[in-house]
Design a binder for this molecule. Structure first.
Ligand code: NAD
Length: 412
Protein backbone atom coordinates (compact mmCIF):
# COMPACT_ATOMS: atom_id res chain seq x y z
CA UNK A 1 0.00 0.00 0.00
CA UNK A 2 2.43 2.68 -1.21
CA UNK A 3 -0.20 5.35 -1.67
CA UNK A 4 -3.01 4.75 0.81
CA UNK A 5 -4.85 7.90 -0.24
CA UNK A 6 -5.14 7.36 -3.95
CA UNK A 7 -8.66 8.75 -4.37
CA UNK A 8 -10.64 6.84 -6.98
CA UNK A 9 -14.09 6.21 -5.53
CA UNK A 10 -15.83 9.11 -3.78
CA UNK A 11 -19.09 9.64 -1.92
CA UNK A 12 -21.19 12.66 -0.96
CA UNK A 13 -23.64 12.79 1.96
CA UNK A 14 -26.38 15.36 1.47
CA UNK A 15 -28.16 16.33 -1.75
CA UNK A 16 -29.09 19.94 -0.99
CA UNK A 17 -27.65 23.09 -2.56
CA UNK A 18 -24.04 22.25 -1.75
CA UNK A 19 -24.16 18.47 -2.19
CA UNK A 20 -25.40 18.90 -5.76
CA UNK A 21 -22.61 21.28 -6.74
CA UNK A 22 -20.00 19.07 -5.11
CA UNK A 23 -21.25 15.98 -6.93
CA UNK A 24 -21.11 17.88 -10.24
CA UNK A 25 -17.51 18.96 -9.52
CA UNK A 26 -16.39 15.42 -8.65
CA UNK A 27 -18.11 13.78 -11.61
CA UNK A 28 -16.79 16.42 -14.03
CA UNK A 29 -13.29 15.64 -12.74
CA UNK A 30 -13.85 12.03 -13.82
CA UNK A 31 -14.48 10.59 -10.35
CA UNK A 32 -17.27 8.11 -9.61
CA UNK A 33 -19.58 9.32 -6.82
CA UNK A 34 -21.96 7.44 -4.54
CA UNK A 35 -24.66 9.78 -3.25
CA UNK A 36 -26.61 9.44 -0.02
CA UNK A 37 -29.30 11.61 1.56
CA UNK A 38 -31.75 10.50 4.24
CA UNK A 39 -34.48 12.02 2.12
CA UNK A 40 -34.67 9.95 -1.11
CA UNK A 41 -36.56 12.79 -2.80
CA UNK A 42 -33.48 14.99 -2.36
CA UNK A 43 -31.18 12.69 -4.35
CA UNK A 44 -33.91 12.15 -6.93
CA UNK A 45 -34.32 15.91 -7.43
CA UNK A 46 -30.54 16.22 -7.28
CA UNK A 47 -30.04 13.77 -10.14
CA UNK A 48 -32.58 15.66 -12.23
CA UNK A 49 -30.70 18.91 -11.54
CA UNK A 50 -27.39 17.29 -12.55
CA UNK A 51 -28.86 16.01 -15.81
CA UNK A 52 -30.30 19.45 -16.56
CA UNK A 53 -27.01 21.24 -15.74
CA UNK A 54 -25.02 18.97 -18.05
CA UNK A 55 -27.66 19.21 -20.78
CA UNK A 56 -27.35 23.01 -20.65
CA UNK A 57 -23.57 22.70 -20.91
CA UNK A 58 -23.99 20.53 -23.99
CA UNK A 59 -26.33 23.17 -25.48
CA UNK A 60 -23.70 25.83 -24.82
CA UNK A 61 -21.02 23.67 -26.46
CA UNK A 62 -19.00 23.28 -23.24
CA UNK A 63 -19.50 19.52 -23.10
CA UNK A 64 -20.18 16.86 -25.71
CA UNK A 65 -23.25 14.66 -25.39
CA UNK A 66 -20.98 11.66 -24.66
CA UNK A 67 -19.18 13.56 -21.90
CA UNK A 68 -22.50 14.54 -20.34
CA UNK A 69 -23.67 10.90 -20.42
CA UNK A 70 -20.38 9.78 -18.89
CA UNK A 71 -20.72 12.36 -16.07
CA UNK A 72 -24.22 11.19 -15.26
CA UNK A 73 -23.14 7.54 -15.36
CA UNK A 74 -20.49 8.26 -12.71
CA UNK A 75 -23.14 9.23 -10.13
CA UNK A 76 -25.08 6.54 -8.30
CA UNK A 77 -27.65 7.01 -5.56
CA UNK A 78 -27.33 4.71 -2.57
CA UNK A 79 -29.73 4.13 0.27
CA UNK A 80 -27.45 3.21 3.17
CA UNK A 81 -23.98 3.56 4.65
CA UNK A 82 -23.07 -0.11 4.04
CA UNK A 83 -22.80 0.68 0.32
CA UNK A 84 -20.09 3.24 1.08
CA UNK A 85 -17.72 0.74 2.75
CA UNK A 86 -15.09 0.82 -0.01
CA UNK A 87 -15.01 4.54 -0.89
CA UNK A 88 -11.67 6.38 -0.67
CA UNK A 89 -13.04 9.79 0.28
CA UNK A 90 -16.42 11.06 1.46
CA UNK A 91 -17.62 14.67 1.61
CA UNK A 92 -20.43 15.41 4.05
CA UNK A 93 -22.77 18.34 3.19
CA UNK A 94 -25.81 18.01 5.49
CA UNK A 95 -27.36 20.77 7.64
CA UNK A 96 -24.97 23.01 9.58
CA UNK A 97 -25.34 21.37 12.98
CA UNK A 98 -22.45 19.95 15.01
CA UNK A 99 -24.35 17.12 16.72
CA UNK A 100 -25.77 15.94 13.36
CA UNK A 101 -22.37 16.03 11.68
CA UNK A 102 -20.78 14.17 14.60
CA UNK A 103 -23.43 11.46 14.35
CA UNK A 104 -22.73 11.07 10.62
CA UNK A 105 -18.95 10.97 11.15
CA UNK A 106 -19.36 8.28 13.83
CA UNK A 107 -21.31 6.18 11.35
CA UNK A 108 -18.84 6.82 8.52
CA UNK A 109 -15.92 5.90 10.78
CA UNK A 110 -17.60 2.65 11.77
CA UNK A 111 -18.55 1.73 8.19
CA UNK A 112 -15.83 2.94 5.80
CA UNK A 113 -12.53 1.13 5.23
CA UNK A 114 -9.78 2.29 7.62
CA UNK A 115 -7.82 4.31 5.03
CA UNK A 116 -10.82 6.35 3.81
CA UNK A 117 -10.65 10.15 4.18
CA UNK A 118 -13.65 11.85 5.82
CA UNK A 119 -14.31 15.49 4.87
CA UNK A 120 -16.94 18.02 5.94
CA UNK A 121 -18.22 20.97 3.92
CA UNK A 122 -19.07 22.88 7.11
CA UNK A 123 -18.95 26.68 6.74
CA UNK A 124 -17.73 27.41 10.25
CA UNK A 125 -18.01 24.46 12.66
CA UNK A 126 -15.02 23.10 14.57
CA UNK A 127 -13.30 20.42 12.44
CA UNK A 128 -11.48 19.07 15.50
CA UNK A 129 -14.79 18.52 17.31
CA UNK A 130 -15.96 16.52 14.29
CA UNK A 131 -12.67 14.56 14.02
CA UNK A 132 -12.78 13.80 17.74
CA UNK A 133 -15.73 11.41 17.40
CA UNK A 134 -13.77 9.20 14.97
CA UNK A 135 -10.93 6.73 15.44
CA UNK A 136 -9.09 8.35 12.51
CA UNK A 137 -8.69 12.08 13.26
CA UNK A 138 -5.57 12.22 11.03
CA UNK A 139 -7.88 11.47 8.06
CA UNK A 140 -10.52 14.09 8.86
CA UNK A 141 -10.52 17.60 7.38
CA UNK A 142 -12.74 20.33 6.00
CA UNK A 143 -13.40 20.77 2.29
CA UNK A 144 -15.24 24.08 2.25
CA UNK A 145 -16.81 24.70 -1.15
CA UNK A 146 -18.61 27.93 -2.04
CA UNK A 147 -22.08 28.23 -3.47
CA UNK A 148 -22.76 27.16 -6.20
CA UNK A 149 -20.00 24.61 -5.67
CA UNK A 150 -19.61 23.65 -9.33
CA UNK A 151 -19.24 27.30 -10.36
CA UNK A 152 -17.24 28.98 -7.62
CA UNK A 153 -13.49 28.55 -8.00
CA UNK A 154 -12.48 28.63 -4.34
CA UNK A 155 -11.96 25.56 -2.16
CA UNK A 156 -10.84 26.15 1.43
CA UNK A 157 -9.13 23.00 2.66
CA UNK A 158 -9.41 23.10 6.44
CA UNK A 159 -6.61 21.43 8.31
CA UNK A 160 -7.59 20.07 11.70
CA UNK A 161 -5.08 19.80 14.57
CA UNK A 162 -4.60 16.10 13.76
CA UNK A 163 -4.94 16.12 9.94
CA UNK A 164 -1.88 14.37 8.48
CA UNK A 165 0.29 15.99 5.79
CA UNK A 166 -0.45 13.11 3.39
CA UNK A 167 -4.20 13.62 3.78
CA UNK A 168 -3.77 17.36 3.29
CA UNK A 169 -1.74 16.76 0.10
CA UNK A 170 -4.36 14.35 -1.20
CA UNK A 171 -7.17 16.85 -0.58
CA UNK A 172 -5.27 19.66 -2.32
CA UNK A 173 -4.58 17.43 -5.33
CA UNK A 174 -8.25 16.50 -5.48
CA UNK A 175 -9.23 20.19 -5.35
CA UNK A 176 -6.89 21.00 -8.22
CA UNK A 177 -8.22 18.04 -10.18
CA UNK A 178 -11.67 19.66 -9.86
CA UNK A 179 -10.21 22.89 -11.24
CA UNK A 180 -10.40 24.75 -7.94
CA UNK A 181 -8.22 27.47 -6.44
CA UNK A 182 -7.16 25.60 -3.32
CA UNK A 183 -6.28 27.49 -0.12
CA UNK A 184 -5.34 25.71 3.10
CA UNK A 185 -6.83 27.24 6.25
CA UNK A 186 -6.32 26.11 9.80
CA UNK A 187 -9.26 25.38 12.03
CA UNK A 188 -10.78 28.53 13.58
CA UNK A 189 -14.40 29.75 13.62
CA UNK A 190 -15.27 30.71 10.03
CA UNK A 191 -11.81 29.62 8.79
CA UNK A 192 -10.29 32.38 6.61
CA UNK A 193 -13.15 33.60 4.44
CA UNK A 194 -16.17 33.61 6.74
CA UNK A 195 -14.14 34.83 9.71
CA UNK A 196 -13.18 37.95 7.73
CA UNK A 197 -16.67 38.27 6.29
CA UNK A 198 -18.16 38.50 9.79
CA UNK A 199 -16.18 41.68 10.57
CA UNK A 200 -17.00 43.24 7.19
CA UNK A 201 -20.72 42.52 7.48
CA UNK A 202 -20.77 43.81 11.07
CA UNK A 203 -19.48 47.20 9.84
CA UNK A 204 -22.02 47.26 7.00
CA UNK A 205 -24.82 46.55 9.47
CA UNK A 206 -23.58 49.21 11.91
CA UNK A 207 -23.50 51.75 9.09
CA UNK A 208 -27.19 51.08 8.44
CA UNK A 209 -28.04 51.80 12.05
CA UNK A 210 -25.88 54.95 12.12
CA UNK A 211 -27.35 56.58 9.03
CA UNK A 212 -26.59 54.75 5.75
CA UNK A 213 -29.13 52.89 3.62
CA UNK A 214 -28.63 49.42 2.08
CA UNK A 215 -28.43 50.64 -1.50
CA UNK A 216 -25.85 53.26 -0.57
CA UNK A 217 -23.61 50.70 1.20
CA UNK A 218 -23.87 48.25 -1.69
CA UNK A 219 -23.25 50.88 -4.34
CA UNK A 220 -20.19 52.24 -2.53
CA UNK A 221 -18.64 48.76 -2.36
CA UNK A 222 -19.67 47.89 -5.91
CA UNK A 223 -18.13 51.20 -6.98
CA UNK A 224 -14.90 49.95 -5.42
CA UNK A 225 -15.26 46.88 -7.63
CA UNK A 226 -16.96 44.21 -5.50
CA UNK A 227 -19.13 41.90 -7.59
CA UNK A 228 -21.93 42.50 -5.06
CA UNK A 229 -22.38 44.62 -1.94
CA UNK A 230 -23.18 42.84 1.36
CA UNK A 231 -26.94 43.39 1.30
CA UNK A 232 -27.33 42.20 -2.28
CA UNK A 233 -25.25 39.20 -1.23
CA UNK A 234 -27.66 38.47 1.64
CA UNK A 235 -30.58 38.65 -0.77
CA UNK A 236 -28.89 36.02 -2.94
CA UNK A 237 -27.89 33.75 -0.05
CA UNK A 238 -31.24 34.18 1.77
CA UNK A 239 -31.69 36.46 4.81
CA UNK A 240 -33.63 33.73 6.54
CA UNK A 241 -30.67 31.32 6.92
CA UNK A 242 -28.99 33.21 9.76
CA UNK A 243 -32.36 34.30 11.16
CA UNK A 244 -33.52 30.68 11.44
CA UNK A 245 -30.15 29.66 12.88
CA UNK A 246 -30.53 32.38 15.57
CA UNK A 247 -34.01 31.13 16.39
CA UNK A 248 -32.90 27.48 16.51
CA UNK A 249 -29.94 28.31 18.73
CA UNK A 250 -32.24 30.41 20.93
CA UNK A 251 -29.60 33.13 21.06
CA UNK A 252 -28.48 36.26 19.24
CA UNK A 253 -31.98 37.49 18.38
CA UNK A 254 -31.64 40.61 20.56
CA UNK A 255 -28.31 41.84 19.20
CA UNK A 256 -28.78 45.37 17.78
CA UNK A 257 -26.84 44.51 14.61
CA UNK A 258 -29.36 41.90 13.45
CA UNK A 259 -32.50 43.95 14.10
CA UNK A 260 -32.84 45.08 10.47
CA UNK A 261 -32.50 41.46 9.34
CA UNK A 262 -35.01 40.33 11.95
CA UNK A 263 -37.49 43.00 10.81
CA UNK A 264 -37.05 41.98 7.15
CA UNK A 265 -37.58 38.30 7.97
CA UNK A 266 -40.63 39.09 10.13
CA UNK A 267 -42.09 40.54 6.90
CA UNK A 268 -40.99 37.41 4.99
CA UNK A 269 -38.49 39.45 3.01
CA UNK A 270 -36.14 36.47 2.76
CA UNK A 271 -34.34 37.63 -0.39
CA UNK A 272 -34.27 37.01 -4.11
CA UNK A 273 -35.92 33.58 -3.87
CA UNK A 274 -39.21 35.14 -2.64
CA UNK A 275 -38.97 38.31 -4.78
CA UNK A 276 -38.17 40.66 -1.89
CA UNK A 277 -35.47 41.20 0.68
CA UNK A 278 -33.21 44.24 0.97
CA UNK A 279 -34.43 44.90 -2.59
CA UNK A 280 -37.44 43.82 -4.60
CA UNK A 281 -37.33 41.63 -7.69
CA UNK A 282 -39.74 41.34 -10.60
CA UNK A 283 -41.05 37.78 -11.12
CA UNK A 284 -38.25 35.56 -12.41
CA UNK A 285 -35.74 38.44 -12.46
CA UNK A 286 -32.50 38.78 -10.53
CA UNK A 287 -32.28 42.53 -10.95
CA UNK A 288 -32.20 44.18 -7.52
CA UNK A 289 -34.67 47.07 -7.52
CA UNK A 290 -34.62 49.81 -4.91
CA UNK A 291 -37.48 49.52 -2.43
CA UNK A 292 -38.28 52.66 -0.39
CA UNK A 293 -40.16 50.45 2.10
CA UNK A 294 -36.81 48.95 3.14
CA UNK A 295 -35.28 52.39 3.68
CA UNK A 296 -38.22 53.29 5.94
CA UNK A 297 -37.81 50.04 7.82
CA UNK A 298 -34.06 50.64 8.37
CA UNK A 299 -34.77 54.17 9.64
CA UNK A 300 -37.50 52.87 11.96
CA UNK A 301 -35.30 50.11 13.38
CA UNK A 302 -32.43 52.50 14.10
CA UNK A 303 -34.82 54.97 15.79
CA UNK A 304 -36.33 52.14 17.87
CA UNK A 305 -32.80 51.34 19.03
CA UNK A 306 -32.38 54.95 20.11
CA UNK A 307 -29.76 55.74 17.45
CA UNK A 308 -29.40 59.31 16.26
CA UNK A 309 -28.96 58.98 12.50
CA UNK A 310 -26.29 61.04 10.77
CA UNK A 311 -24.93 61.58 7.28
CA UNK A 312 -22.65 58.70 6.25
CA UNK A 313 -20.61 59.23 3.09
CA UNK A 314 -19.25 56.64 0.67
CA UNK A 315 -15.68 57.21 1.83
CA UNK A 316 -16.63 56.12 5.37
CA UNK A 317 -18.40 53.03 4.05
CA UNK A 318 -15.29 51.96 2.14
CA UNK A 319 -12.95 52.85 4.98
CA UNK A 320 -14.79 50.78 7.58
CA UNK A 321 -15.72 47.77 5.45
CA UNK A 322 -12.31 47.41 3.78
CA UNK A 323 -10.22 48.06 6.88
CA UNK A 324 -12.31 45.56 8.84
CA UNK A 325 -11.27 42.90 6.27
CA UNK A 326 -7.62 43.97 6.40
CA UNK A 327 -7.35 43.99 10.20
CA UNK A 328 -9.03 40.59 10.58
CA UNK A 329 -6.91 39.21 7.73
CA UNK A 330 -3.78 40.40 9.56
CA UNK A 331 -4.96 38.63 12.74
CA UNK A 332 -5.54 35.44 10.74
CA UNK A 333 -2.00 35.67 9.36
CA UNK A 334 -0.60 36.46 12.80
CA UNK A 335 -2.32 33.42 14.29
CA UNK A 336 -0.96 31.27 11.46
CA UNK A 337 -4.48 30.34 10.30
CA UNK A 338 -3.39 31.15 6.72
CA UNK A 339 0.02 30.34 5.27
CA UNK A 340 0.49 33.73 3.55
CA UNK A 341 -1.22 37.03 2.79
CA UNK A 342 -1.41 35.82 -0.81
CA UNK A 343 -3.59 32.88 0.30
CA UNK A 344 -5.94 35.30 2.08
CA UNK A 345 -6.10 37.37 -1.10
CA UNK A 346 -6.97 34.27 -3.15
CA UNK A 347 -9.83 33.45 -0.75
CA UNK A 348 -11.29 36.91 -1.28
CA UNK A 349 -10.69 37.04 -5.03
CA UNK A 350 -12.07 33.58 -5.82
CA UNK A 351 -14.70 33.15 -3.11
CA UNK A 352 -16.04 36.60 -2.22
CA UNK A 353 -16.02 38.74 -5.35
CA UNK A 354 -13.28 41.11 -4.16
CA UNK A 355 -12.14 43.22 -7.16
CA UNK A 356 -9.46 41.32 -9.10
CA UNK A 357 -7.62 44.50 -10.12
CA UNK A 358 -6.70 45.25 -6.47
CA UNK A 359 -4.96 41.88 -6.04
CA UNK A 360 -7.06 41.13 -2.93
CA UNK A 361 -7.51 42.86 0.44
CA UNK A 362 -4.03 42.19 1.82
CA UNK A 363 -2.26 43.21 -1.36
CA UNK A 364 -4.46 46.31 -1.46
CA UNK A 365 -3.36 47.16 2.12
CA UNK A 366 0.33 46.69 1.22
CA UNK A 367 -0.14 48.97 -1.78
CA UNK A 368 -1.83 51.64 0.34
CA UNK A 369 1.21 51.52 2.62
CA UNK A 370 0.96 49.67 5.93
CA UNK A 371 1.99 52.78 7.85
CA UNK A 372 -1.02 54.60 6.46
CA UNK A 373 -3.27 51.60 7.16
CA UNK A 374 -2.05 51.61 10.77
CA UNK A 375 -2.80 55.33 11.15
CA UNK A 376 -6.29 54.80 9.69
CA UNK A 377 -6.99 51.88 12.04
CA UNK A 378 -5.85 53.95 15.02
CA UNK A 379 -8.14 56.75 13.94
CA UNK A 380 -11.09 54.34 13.75
CA UNK A 381 -10.11 52.94 17.14
CA UNK A 382 -10.26 56.45 18.59
CA UNK A 383 -13.64 57.12 17.01
CA UNK A 384 -15.42 53.78 17.44
CA UNK A 385 -13.60 51.81 20.12
CA UNK A 386 -11.43 48.83 20.91
CA UNK A 387 -12.68 46.45 18.24
CA UNK A 388 -10.59 48.57 15.85
CA UNK A 389 -7.35 47.95 17.78
CA UNK A 390 -4.79 47.26 15.03
CA UNK A 391 -3.51 43.69 14.77
CA UNK A 392 -0.16 43.32 16.53
CA UNK A 393 1.30 42.04 13.27
CA UNK A 394 0.57 45.35 11.53
CA UNK A 395 2.37 47.27 14.30
CA UNK A 396 5.42 45.00 14.03
CA UNK A 397 5.54 45.12 10.23
CA UNK A 398 5.31 48.91 10.20
CA UNK A 399 8.11 49.13 12.79
CA UNK A 400 10.30 46.86 10.62
CA UNK A 401 9.29 48.56 7.37
CA UNK A 402 7.94 45.25 6.01
CA UNK A 403 4.80 44.29 4.13
CA UNK A 404 2.09 41.71 4.81
CA UNK A 405 3.36 39.91 1.71
CA UNK A 406 6.76 39.45 3.43
CA UNK A 407 5.29 37.22 6.16
CA UNK A 408 6.15 33.56 5.67
CA UNK A 409 4.25 30.67 7.26
CA UNK A 410 5.00 30.38 10.95
CA UNK A 411 6.99 33.65 11.05
CA UNK A 412 4.31 36.21 11.79
P1 NAD B 1 -29.35 22.13 2.33
O1 NAD B 1 -30.34 22.38 3.40
O2 NAD B 1 -29.61 22.67 0.96
O3 NAD B 1 -29.11 20.56 2.17
C1 NAD B 1 -28.85 19.70 3.23
C2 NAD B 1 -29.20 18.28 2.82
O4 NAD B 1 -28.77 17.40 3.87
C3 NAD B 1 -30.70 18.04 2.60
O5 NAD B 1 -30.92 17.48 1.32
C4 NAD B 1 -31.06 17.06 3.71
O6 NAD B 1 -32.07 16.13 3.33
C5 NAD B 1 -29.74 16.36 3.96
N1 NAD B 1 -29.64 15.73 5.27
C6 NAD B 1 -30.04 16.24 6.47
N2 NAD B 1 -29.80 15.35 7.44
C7 NAD B 1 -29.24 14.27 6.86
C8 NAD B 1 -28.76 13.02 7.35
N3 NAD B 1 -28.83 12.71 8.65
N4 NAD B 1 -28.24 12.14 6.47
C9 NAD B 1 -28.18 12.43 5.14
N5 NAD B 1 -28.61 13.60 4.63
C10 NAD B 1 -29.13 14.50 5.47
O7 NAD B 1 -27.95 22.68 2.90
P2 NAD B 1 -26.71 23.27 2.08
O8 NAD B 1 -26.93 24.73 1.84
O9 NAD B 1 -26.40 22.36 0.96
O10 NAD B 1 -25.56 23.19 3.20
C11 NAD B 1 -24.92 21.98 3.51
C12 NAD B 1 -23.64 22.26 4.27
O11 NAD B 1 -22.81 23.08 3.45
C13 NAD B 1 -23.82 23.02 5.59
O12 NAD B 1 -22.86 22.56 6.51
C14 NAD B 1 -23.54 24.46 5.19
O13 NAD B 1 -23.08 25.26 6.27
C15 NAD B 1 -22.43 24.26 4.18
N6 NAD B 1 -22.26 25.36 3.22
C16 NAD B 1 -23.33 25.99 2.67
C17 NAD B 1 -23.14 27.01 1.77
C18 NAD B 1 -24.32 27.70 1.12
O14 NAD B 1 -24.15 28.82 0.59
N7 NAD B 1 -25.50 27.10 1.10
C19 NAD B 1 -21.84 27.40 1.41
C20 NAD B 1 -20.75 26.72 1.95
C21 NAD B 1 -20.97 25.69 2.86
Amino acid sequence: MSNPYNVQQTAVIGAGTMGRGIVISLARAGLPVLWLDNDPKATEAGLAMLAQTWRQQVDKGRLTGEEADACLARVRRVSGYAELAQVDLVIEAVYENLALKQEIFRTLDATLKPEAILASNTSALDIDAIAAVTQRPAQVLGLHFFSPAHVMKLLEVVRGAATSPAVLDTAQALGRRMGKEVVVARNCPGFIGNRMLATYVAEARKLLLEGALPRQVDEALQGFGFAMGPFRMYDVVGNDLQWRARQLAGQGMDAPLVQVDNALCARERFGQKVGKGYYRYAAGSREALHDPEVDELVIQVSRDLGMRRREVDDAEILERCLLALVNEGAKILEENMAASSHDIDRVYLFGYGFPQATGGPMHWADEQGLGLILARLERLQGLFGEHWRPAGLILRLVADNRRLADVREGQA
